[in-house]
Design a protein around this ligand. Structure first.
Ligand SMILES: *[C@@H]1O[C@H](CO)[C@@H](O)[C@H](O)[C@H]1NC(C)=O
Ligand SMILES: *[C@@H]1O[C@H](CO)[C@@H](O)[C@H](O)[C@H]1NC(C)=O
Ligand SMILES: *[C@@H]1O[C@H](CO)[C@@H](O)[C@H](O)[C@H]1NC(C)=O
Ligand SMILES: *[C@@H]1O[C@H](CO)[C@@H](O)[C@H](O)[C@H]1NC(C)=O
Ligand SMILES: *[C@@H]1O[C@H](CO)[C@@H](O)[C@H](O)[C@H]1NC(C)=O
Ligand SMILES: *[C@@H]1O[C@H](CO)[C@@H](O)[C@H](O)[C@H]1NC(C)=O
Ligand SMILES: *[C@@H]1O[C@H](CO)[C@@H](O)[C@H](O)[C@H]1NC(C)=O
Length: 468
């Protein structure tokens, strides 16, 4: 069962727009588009397929999104520039010697900003480019898969996917400039420029690339060659920025989750522009550098200092995404690659499963680890049934999760996946999911809605960055 507990640190961002999202927003993922397009899914995934159709609709609510929707313009004066503000920084106007009350805009530029550890400045709600991009990445991920599950050429799912991608990246009136110069920006006279932690804001590019690859490989008629060319041009420019901007190079070098997610983004984007050799170079570089010192001999992730449960799950999701990208690019050996202390991604997962989220005040994050368990169970197998048992105990309806479709066979084979499904009371009978005819389970119960927290990890990782 999903938890809807929110910590006080996370609550402020949630007040932007819809309070609770009725779908899971995985920390990150790359879903093999060939697997999705081939459509060879076991009957044990029918509930997951139905969930994806439902989440396609739920996640599309509120879109399309665009950086031009914010009421505040970046210091460049260009509304097409992406912007987010460093969330725990507050103005100290005591030294500016004003004689009349300052406007918000004057405060943002003239008052020095000081960090109040972990105290969210609520004026950050004026800008939600980061939350909107996360919404976009989830909407296109679920809508593209829902399209592939139900149609060969065009459907409302593919139209939504294409419309949202066009609005965010391509349409003249609404497109984002291909840079993150103002991401996680500090304000005040010493600020007005993005910081490297802001590159993380667009980690969901791995989901966007999954969606576009599905549109391409299904020959979706909504994804025209003109759009494909425009997206390639945009992405080529953005990659050039990512490979040259100082703040991006700092993020690339970050030893913690920030570095891991940087590789997710750049490898996925290189796949998008057809540079698979370059993409493989990116993932191979990750597994030769940061990865080597990220997991200790016991499976602990070395750089974690606070909120250990969340950070173990969060960086694992990024490591798994790099491994999935590498596998797609032809090198699955990274799953067995050992760190300097002899550990693998599986060792890291096994350690994370021993952590008690509640014991460190992180009960709200408990289900963040579950997709990682499903992924590891699917890749490495589950001879002693440990992973299936954990998931069954933690969430008896796990077979209704979207990722149950692509984390197959979940645990040691389809038999165990099917057992997991039966435990959730869901029928294995029935045909492939069809649009508008979502499959219901034997209990007549509605598929659960996950209440994952919008922007939680972005905020959390910022706080983490400040502590390093
Ligand atoms: C500026 O000055 C006015 C009048 O002295 C004062 O009321 C106000 O609090 C000061 N600060 C800001 C940020 O306007
Ligand atoms: C921006 O301004 C519009 C129009 O006044 C308003 O409806 C909207 O809520 C504002 N957006 C934010 C994020 O404050
Ligand atoms: C795709 O087209 C084929 C042949 O017309 C049809 O049998 C199949 O059901 C279609 N697939 C989907 C997902 O609609
Ligand atoms: C898409 O088109 C290509 C080229 O015509 C073809 O080889 C491929 O099989 C098509 N894919 C699907 C899923 O129909
Ligand atoms: C990646 O490409 C660069 C530039 O060509 C090269 O120097 C480097 O060795 C490559 N790294 C890997 C891991 O292939
Ligand atoms: C990892 O190593 C095991 C044991 O040698 C082997 O069975 C498995 O196929 C390897 N996995 C990959 C993805 O190379
Ligand atoms: C899936 O279910 C259908 C309909 O009940 C059945 O015909 C088919 O044999 C099942 N496939 C597998 C692999 O169990």
């Amino acid at each position: 069962m999903r938890s809807s507990l929110f910590s006080s640190i996370l609550l402020p961002l949630l007040i932007v727009g819809d309070l609770v999202q009725a779908y899971s927003s995985y920390a990150n993922d790359f879903v093999d588009p060939n697997f999705v397009v081939a459509g060879k899914f076991g009957n044990n995934t029918l509930a997951a397929q139905a969930t994806i159709l439902q989440w396609a609709e739920d996640s599309a609510t509120g879109g399309p999104w665009s950086v031009t929707q914010k009421n505040v313009t970046a210091p460049s004066g260009d509304i097409h520039d992406y912007m987010s503000w460093a969330p725990y920084w507050w103005p100290d106007c005591s030294s500016v010697g004003n004689t009349t009350e300052l406007t918000p805009e004057q405060i943002w530029t003239t008052c020095p900003y000081v960090s109040r550890d972990g105290k969210f400045n609520p004026d950050g709600r004026l800008i939600n480019d980061v939350g909107n991009f996360q919404s976009l990445s989830d909407a296109v991920l679920y809508n593209s898969i829902a399209f592939a599950l139900t149609s060969n050429s065009s459907s409302s799912y593919s139209q939504t996917t294409v419309n949202y991608i066009k609005t965010w990246f391509l349409d003249d009136a609404t497109k984002m400039n291909p840079n993150l110069n103002y991401a996680q920006m500090e304000r005040g006279p010493d600020g007005q420029i993005g910081s490297h932690t802001g590159i993380l804001d667009l980690k969901g590019m791995a989901k966007v690339v999954t969606a576009i690859e599905i549109l391409r490989k299904t020959n979706c008629t909504d994804w025209t060659s003109d759009l494909d060319n425009e997206m390639n041009t945009w992405t080529t420019q953005y990659i050039a920025w990512l490979e040259s901007a100082t703040i991006s190079l700092e993020e690339e070098a970050a030893p913690n989750n920030h570095g891991t997610f940087w590789y997710n983004q750049v490898a996925a984007l290189k796949i998008l522009v057809g540079d698979n050799a370059g993409a493989l170079n990116v993932t191979t570089t990750y597994f030769a550098t940061q990865y080597m010192s990220q997991i200790t001999s016991t499976g602990e992730q070395a750089t974690v200092r606070t909120r250990p449960y969340h950070y173990h799950a969060y960086n694992l999701a990024a490591m798994i995404t790099n491994a999935r990208l590498s596998t797609y690019l032809g090198d699955a050996s990274v799953w067995n690659k050992t760190t300097n202390e002899g550990s693998t991604i599986k060792t890291a997962l096994d350690f994370a499963m021993t952590l008690n989220a509640a014991a460190t005040g992180e009960a709200a994050y408990a289900d963040e680890l579950y997709p990682n368990i499903a992924a590891v169970g699917a890749v490495y197998g589950d001879p002693d049934g440990k992973y299936a048992a954990f998931l069954l105990n933690a969430d008896p309806t796990y077979a209704e999760e979207a990722d149950f479709l692509w984390d197959q066979p979940l645990a040691g084979g389809e038999a165990e996946s099917t057992a997991l499904l039966h435990a959730s009371g869901t029928s294995t009978a029935g045909a492939k999911a069809t649009p508008g005819a979502a499959i219901t389970n034997n209990n007549g119960a509605e598929f659960h809605s996950a209440n994952w927290v919008l922007g939680a990890c972005v905020l959390a990782s910022l706080q983490y960055a400040f502590l390093l």
